[in-house]
Design a binder for this molecule. Sequence first.
Ligand code: 5AD
Ligand code: FES
Length: 362
Amino acid sequence: MEKTIDQILQQDQFTKNDIVRLLKSEGKDEKALFAKSSEIKLKYVGNNVYFRGLVEFSNICKKDCLYCGIRASNSKVNRYDIADAEIVKAAKFAHEHRYGSFILQSGERADKQFIGRIENLLKEIKKISNNELGITISLGEQTKETYQRWFNAGAHRYLLRIESSNKELYNKIHPNNKEHSHETRLECLKFLQEIGYQTGTGVMIGLPFQTYDDLANDLLFMQKIDIDMVGMGPFIEHDQTPMYQYKDQLMSLKDRFRLSLKMISVLRIMMKDINIASSTALQAIDPLGREKAIRIGANVIMPNITPTTERANYLLYQNKPCIDEGADDCTNCMEARINMADGEIGYGEWGDSKHYKNKHIK
Ligand code: 5AD
Ligand code: FES
């Protein structure tokens, strides 16, 4: 006889089929899933929510991912690159407002000048914050030497989404060339872990051609590579990208949102002490999306502190929230939102992945 959802939720380990059942759960079963993940979250990581001040400092990108609004071939984008002094100012803002950490994100580049510039910026941000600000970077695929240089300069966490653990699906959503290879992406994740970064990955949810099996395998993949942090969210089509052609084959936005919450919830049960971010794309679909994710399992949120003048140009997807707000507006708004979700902000703390720490104590 088929197991009930309640029975599955009592297990310590999930098979792929268990995960698919959980991802498809509805009504009372879905409620039981969310109740379980909320309970596990409180027990293992508590109700603290950590802020990561996010600066999207440039939308110049050499990649051409078929889903992304800032892909190199999109000639309609106004390209920008924020001056170093402005980036450092944003880091000061994050430090003064007692955000535990800071995230530097941009389109992908790997030229010598860029690599050196990031190295200097990292050192400068460490200096102006007396080493107090944690620094995460999210700058795509690089060589192991580059990752090491940036680590030595002060970055201690890295985000690199696998986008999909299924190589065939990955190949369908990227151009078919060496610059966009699934193997390279996997190898980069391995380098990051070897160097000692707290390493984060993630996937998009509700992609065309994606199946429940794919999503279950994505979660098993994260468990298998023993990842420290995850950020995942709904795929949102952008009309200036090639993938817009599949818009009629997609799940409704509401279903993509719902499925994203279930992915977060199942992952929290599978990997109890990792950091899970409540992605901004959730808020693009539901104004309270990020709060909902916090209730059922996420414990990290990334207020956008990119200078307002450039926010509207970093549109990976459409309907991106908060593009008119300033950094202060986001802080106040976030605080209210997190309190609403019964969370507490971990001000002034790095909020490291407990999983990373537990792994290295053993
Ligand atoms: N919808 C949702 N997420 C997207 N990303 C890029 N384009 C989209 C989109 N159209 C995500 C990718 C990338 C991260 C920075 O943003 O997963 O890794
Ligand atoms: Fe930006 Fe609310 S988070 S205004």
